[in-house]
Design a protein around this ligand. Structure first.
Ligand SMILES: O=C(O)[C@H]1O[C@H](OP(=O)(O)OP(=O)(O)OC[C@H]2O[C@@H](n3ccc(=O)[nH]c3=O)[C@H](O)[C@@H]2O)[C@H](O)[C@@H](O)[C@@H]1O
Length: 424
């Protein structure tokens, strides 16, 4: 039975209606029907609630519950004077795991977040997670597109900083799976920013852009003020879009933002999809490697940057980041917006990189040299790092030879000479 919401109208109805109403309730069968209706209503409500509560299932991850909240809270705990509480997205990733460990080591609170997707062998991510767990860093299994989960994290732990490293990486894979770049690097980024903008207090955000935003830029070395409007891959385009998107959140909501353009980061616990890593595996397995070459037989070159130098750059960025000025979605004044190159400043050609690997692995590579396919690659990268040096004393100290030595040592201890065969 529908009861009008306006009492006046209800009163205007005749007395007959009151009698009808009474008779209706007096009948036992009607009462039984009412009871059934109420039971059905309650059941429907409860199942709707449980559907809403299990929203995270949509992202095929598990989060929530008292135990989970306890772990988040403990992990976010700060253990040094004036320390930070940092949410690290992509914490089971290459850069994310290293940055998380470094922050924890100096006494900052760290909560990791990762969706453990299978872009590359997830068992490597699981092992990185184990490493973080052994240092009392809790890694939440969740997706940056899950707004409810992110809001919950901020409710439990008022993070001072967000180190946003979760992304769909890789330049050439963008041709195979373009949507994954939009999903993580655009939609996911916006979701992280939305959460940060609504947080009270708002955290300062440091996030990973990419050297690939320089695209077809030919002026070397690359400076932050150089053109970045000619990306050569969808990956680069999504990172460039991220720079514009973060700018709007800085402008409208007063979020403090620092974007870091990483230059081909390598090292222990690295990404198996990257050339130095897959070359190592193939060389050890006696399989051929494909070396791309530019037009007119020009060798490709990269400003390979060792992971420890990148970690120093990330921590320097966090330490020099000013506070966000807004709160609860409202801007209170202008906030800091920065972009830095984090490179090594000394590009090395790909054949030279292969030569270093051959020496350290003591195995000759079976090289297959082909013209660079039109797949989004750029011929060379070279960072000008004077901005980061000025701002927080960024000074890379590891050359490719020493860095690859450390990588090879790790690779052999992790996979062994033969285990490489079972790796994807
Ligand atoms: O600097 C960056 O911002 C980017 O660095 C790397 O991208 P890339 O420099 O292309 O790194 P690799 O995929 O390891 O390639 C390194 C070089 O090896 C070459 N290469 C790659 C693969 C291959 O089979 N053969 C080959 O010659 C590439 O053309 C490139 O010149 C990362 O994969 C990106 O996620 C990151 O954003």
């Amino acid at each position: 039975m529908f009861l009008p919401s306006t009492p006046g109208k209800f009163k205007d109805k005749s007395n007959g209606m009151h009698r009808q109403f009474y008779r209706c309730f007096a009948s036992t069968s009607t009462m039984f029907l009412w009871a059934l209706f109420l039971v059905a209503l309650t059941a429907a409500y409860l199942s709707f609630q449980s559907f809403v509560d299990s929203g995270s299932r949509y992202f095929s991850t598990a989060w929530g519950g008292i135990q989970w909240e306890k772990q988040v809270r403990a992990s976010a705990q700060i253990h040094r004077h004036n320390g930070f509480s940092v949410l690290v997205t992509g914490a089971a990733g290459f850069v994310g795991s290293h940055v998380s460990l470094a922050l924890k080591k100096r006494g900052d609170g760290v909560v990791g977040l990762d969706n453990f997707n299978n872009y590359y062998d997830p068992s490597l991510k699981r092992d990185r997670k184990k490493l973080l767990n052994s240092q009392n860093i809790f890694v939440v299994e969740g997706d940056i597109n899950d707004a409810r989960m992110l809001a919950k994290l901020f409710e439990i732990a008022p993070f001072t900083h967000v180190m946003h490293l979760a992304a769909q990486a890789g330049v050439r894979y963008a041709m195979e799976n373009p949507q994954s770049y939009v999903h993580s690097n655009i939609a996911g980024l916006v979701n992280v920013l939305e959460t940060c903008k609504n947080a009270n207090p708002q955290p300062a955000i440091v996030w990973a852009s990419s050297s690939s935003v320089y695209g077809l830029n030919e002026k070397a070395p690359f400076s932050e003020s150089d053109r970045t409007d000619r990306p050569a891959s969808l990956y680069a385009a999504t990172k460039k879009a991220g720079e514009e998107i973060t700018h709007t959140y800085n402008h409208i909501y007063g979020l403090s933002i620092t974007g870091l353009r990483f230059f081909t980061v390598y090292g222990p616990w690295g990404r198996p999809d990257m050339a130095y890593f897959s070359f190592t595996r193939n060389i050890l397995q006696g399989k051929p490697i494909t070396i791309y070459r530019g037009k007119n037989h020009v060798e490709l070159a990269r400003d390979f940057t060792y992971i420890d130098d990148i970690v120093k750059g990330c921590l320097g960025s966090l330490d020099s980041a000013k506070k966000s000025t807004g709160s609860g979605g409202k801007k209170r004044g202008p906030a800091q917006y920065r972009i830095f190159n984090l490179g090594n400043t000394s590009p090395v050609t790909v054949p030279m990189m292969v030569g270093i690997l051959e020496k350290q692995l003591k195995v000759k590579a079976k090289k297959h040299v082909i013209e660079m396919p039109g797949n989004g690659d750029v011929p060379f990268t070279h960072a000008n790092i004077s901005s980061a040096r000025r701002e927080f004393g960024y000074r890379p100290t590891t050359d490719l030879q020493s860095g690859l030595r450390k990588f090879v040592k790790w690779y052999l201890s992790y996979y062994g000479y033969d285990h490489g065969k079972s790796v994807k």
